[in-house]
Design a protein around this ligand. Structure first.
Ligand code: SF4
Length: 66
């Protein structure tokens, strides 16, 4: 699975990393550290990644390739 984190919509809530700490990393300000980029979800972390995607109040994370 490959996902994209929108660089403009991410508002630093940090919920993505709470639900999927092995997928989403936060920077020192609480924003997704990969905003503006696509990342590959590690094998076995897909379910947690989906929880993190759903938990994002800004809908900033989208699935590029399931
Ligand atoms: S939950 Fe959404 S808005 Fe918050 S840090 Fe993660 S991607 Fe950004």
């Amino acid at each position: 699975m490959r996902v994209r984190i929108d660089g403009e919509n991410c508002s630093g809530h940090g919920r993505c990393a709470k639900y999927a700490p092995n997928v989403f990393r936060l920077d020192d300000d609480g924003y997704n550290a990969d905003r503006g980029n696509e990342i590959d979800v590690p094998a076995g972390e897909e379910d947690k990644a989906l929880l993190g995607i759903k938990a994002c109040p800004e809908r900033a994370i989208s699935i590029v390739d399931a």
